[in-house]
Design a protein. Structure first.
Length: 99
């Protein structure tokens, strides 16, 4: 079997969702770290900004990662389709399953 074409939009949707999940995990780590790390009292407004960034990381990082993954996968799939047209695609060997 030869993989000749990848649907850019379907590839983008799957990759965007996977990257959003990765962004959620990374955002949770940022949020935890921002709440656990002690901030000196003389930090003033910088402390508030650091805490807000940590709390917002759970929202903004999944969105940013998801959009980047979606756009990157669409571009990669489109480039794959062009290259597969030139050199013939990727050879894939599949084995029959019971389903």
């Amino acid at each position: 079997m030869v993989l000749k074409r990848i649907g850019p939009l379907s590839c983008g949707k799957i990759t965007g969702l996977l990257y959003a999940l990765i962004g959620l995990v990374i955002g949770a780590v940022f949020s935890l770290v921002s709440m656990v790390v002690p901030i000196p009292p003389e930090a003033g407004t910088q402390a508030a900004v650091a805490r807000l960034f940590g709390a917002g990381a759970v929202i903004w990082l999944p969105i940013g990662y998801g959009v980047a993954g979606f756009v990157g996968a669409i571009i990669a799939a489109a480039l794959y389709n062009v290259m597969a047209g030139l050199v013939g695609g990727v050879h894939v060997e599949l084995e029959g399953g019971g389903s």
